[in-house]
Design a protein around this ligand. Structure first.
Ligand code: TXA
Ligand code: MG
Length: 329
């Protein structure tokens, strides 16, 4: 067990030193907190898999502070990449490119001929990477299979004693992991929806993109709390709450303020705020909070329309709930 230090934003130089020494440092981004280590240090990268309990064949992204750090591994960036970088970086968009031979350790890429690159919109983290003078790997800083962390406290809960430190820059603003788009093939393929929507990407690239099939995305378990999660359609809240109150086990309710105000459920609740943007920002914190409440066996969660940011929200909710919709049998 090591002591996990909390760094304030003005202590980022110390955190950068730790990265250079091969230590693990969790860092803030606009999406969720990441778990950083020098991407060119195989030993450090291996420790990231250990700390997360992550399967060794699930590749890590490379988090950069500038485009030069990407070029070092991929050479010239293709036109789609340049267009998306100009429009959306720094921001919640991860780009997958073919890499130059032997440029990145197979420990990072899982032996793939491609790698995922991300430049987060967080000044403290960009400064840390610049100071460390090395790109860092940056998976979400949760234990593998658990909800992604949107606060330093969430990271501490999962990683205490396993990593050298956490740079605390408060709660993240987006709350869902970045959109991932694969630019290594004949057509751009979105492999994970995020805050940058399909529509936005298609408008900028002036073409249709494909989506990776959900089934092939389910290889690893995701956002898997101990409690069962079910989705509730808006029209079902009244009967769902009436049903929930009568159950022999505790049910948690995650819904917008308006829904909680309308039905005033006498149950454990978590307020998602107002609208899909608030709900996305608060989603993982809500799942963590209700899951940690004693005896909550079931969490009922509000659905949103599946467009724009709703694509990302519903993708995470479908994974957390194994696509189960609540109904009265
Ligand atoms: O918003 C985010 O992207 C956050 C913050 C911390 O930057 N990071 C994040 O990393 O969500 P992670 O590792 O939890 O999710 C990245 C996903 C993984 O599912 C991984 O399988 C996939 O990206 N990935 C990484 N490299 C890939 C590659 N070369 N080809 C296909 N998928 C890849
Ligand atoms: Mg993750």
């Amino acid at each position: 067990m090591e002591i996990t230090k909390i760094y304030q934003p003005d202590q980022v130089d110390e955190a950068a030193k730790e990265i250079q020494l091969g230590e693990l440092i969790a860092f803030p981004t606009e999406t969720v907190y990441g778990l950083g280590a020098d991407a060119t240090n195989e030993k450090a990268v291996l420790r990231v898999f250990q700390a997360k309990g992550r399967p060794a064949d699930n590749p890590l992204n490379v988090t950069v502070a500038n485009v030069e750090m990407v070029k070092r591994f991929v050479g010239d960036i293709n036109e789609w990449g340049q267009t998306l970088i100009n429009k959306f970086w720094p921001g919640p968009l991860t780009l997958i490119f073919k890499t130059l031979p032997n440029a990145l350790s197979p420990v990072v890429t899982g032996g793939l001929p491609t790698a995922a690159f991300r430049m987060p919109d967080n000044q403290v983290t960009l400064k840390m990477i610049e100071k460390a003078q090395t790109p860092i790997v940056g998976p979400s800083a949760n234990s593998s299979g658990k909800p992604s962390p949107t606060t330093a406290e969430h990271v501490f809960h999962d990683m205490e004693g396993k990593i050298a430190g956490i740079v605390d820059d408060g709660p993240t603003s987006v709350g869902m992991e970045s959109t991932i788009i694969d630019l290594s093939g004949d057509v751009p393929v979105i492999i994970r929806p995020g805050a940058i929507s399909t529509k936005q990407i298609e408008a900028v690239l002036k073409m249709k993109v494909k989506h990776k099939q959900a089934a092939s995305n389910q290889k690893y378990r995701h956002y898997n709390p101990d409690a069962t999660v079910k989705m509730v359609n808006h029209n079902d809240w009244q009967i769902a709450i009436d049903w929930a109150i009568k159950q022999p086990f505790k049910v948690g309710i995650m819904a917008e303020t308006a829904v909680l105000n309308q039905f005033k459920p006498q149950l454990s609740t978590f307020d998602l705020g107002s609208g899909v943007q608030d709900a996305s920002q608060n989603f993982f914190a809500g799942i963590r909070k209700l899951d940690n409440e004693e005896h909550v066996n079931l969490i009922l969660v509000q659905t949103f329309a599946e467009d724009g940011l709703g694509e990302a929200y519903m993708n995470r909710l479908r994974k957390a709930s194994n696509n189960q919709l609540w109904s009265l049998e």
